[in-house]
Design a protein around this ligand. Structure first.
Ligand code: PEP
Length: 244
């Protein structure tokens, strides 16, 4: 059975004061049997966030171990700081930093090299969605960015339609079901144990729609942006996943 994961991505939000949100979330995480509760804070908070009772991930990494890469951070540094996971291929990295599938694959392998579990994001643009190209786009992203060797113990795939991120819009549950079944089949065909990889849905998940989304077949959890910043908003999402 794929693992259930409630993952929060704080993006470029949060200073020391935000650590109290993790302390508030910790008892909910502990009580949510069968769910891995994970928060990906900014890199500046990782070392202080680790050990507060919630699993901690990073939002990006460089492909190299070390070197002349001003402003970047390696997967080894993230692991050293206390991260157990790293996000790769988020659409904001693909768009704002022009990351290609090959870049995402290299960063994913860097995460593995450092012993991190990678949460690899894929998703179509609004234009591609409207043109009916969603599955073709995802097929290409999976083929180009998920390295050989991917399996349930080293990777999680997050399906995040770009048009649903931060917009309040979501696909229908039928659309999510169709896409997740497609991703499951593609991973199963391409990788040993690929069908056991956890699949997260991301894009405007909140307390009010979490239970409905988590009830969809082949949805093993969520990657949550805005609604992960406050424990009061994220806790009911974690609880909904535990109940699903
Ligand atoms: C995200 O950026 O990964 C995300 C899903 O954001 P939001 O939940 O705010 O739509």
């Amino acid at each position: 059975m794929p693992k259930k994961i409630a993952a929060g991505n704080w993006k470029m939000n949060g200073t020391s004061a935000a650590l109290t949100q993790l302390e508030a979330l910790a008892p909910v995480a502990a009580a949510s049997t069968g769910v891995l509760t994970l928060i990906c804070p900014p890199a500046s908070l990782i070392s202080r966030a680790a050990g507060l009772g919630v699993e901690i991930g990073a939002q990006d990494c460089h492909a190299a171990v070390s070197g002349a890469h001003t402003g970047d951070i390696s997967a080894e540094m993230l692991a050293d700081a206390g991260a157990s996971h790293v996000i790769t291929g988020h659409s904001e990295r693909r768009q704002d930093h022009h990351e290609t599938d090959a870049d995402v694959a290299a960063k994913t392998q860097a995460g593995w090299r450092a012993g991190l579990t990678v949460i690899l994001c894929i998703g179509e643009s609004e234009e591609q969605y409207r043109a009916g190209q969603t599955l073709d786009v995802l097929r290409g992203q999976l083929a180009g960015s998920v390295p050989q060797g991917a399996g349930p113990d080293n990777i999680v795939i997050a399906y995040e339609p770009i048009w649903a991120i931060g917009t309040g819009l979501t696909p229908t549950v039928e659309e999510i079901a169709k896409v997740h079944a497609f991703i499951r089949a593609e991973l199963g065909a391409a990788h040993t144990e690929g069908a056991e990889i956890s699949l997260l849905y991301g894009g405007s998940v909140k307390a009010s729609n979490a239970a409905e989304i988590f009830a969809v077949a082949d949805v093993d959890g969520g990657l949550v942006g805005g609604a992960s910043l406050a424990a009061a908003d994220f806790a009911p999402i974690v609880t909904a996943l535990a109940a699903s």
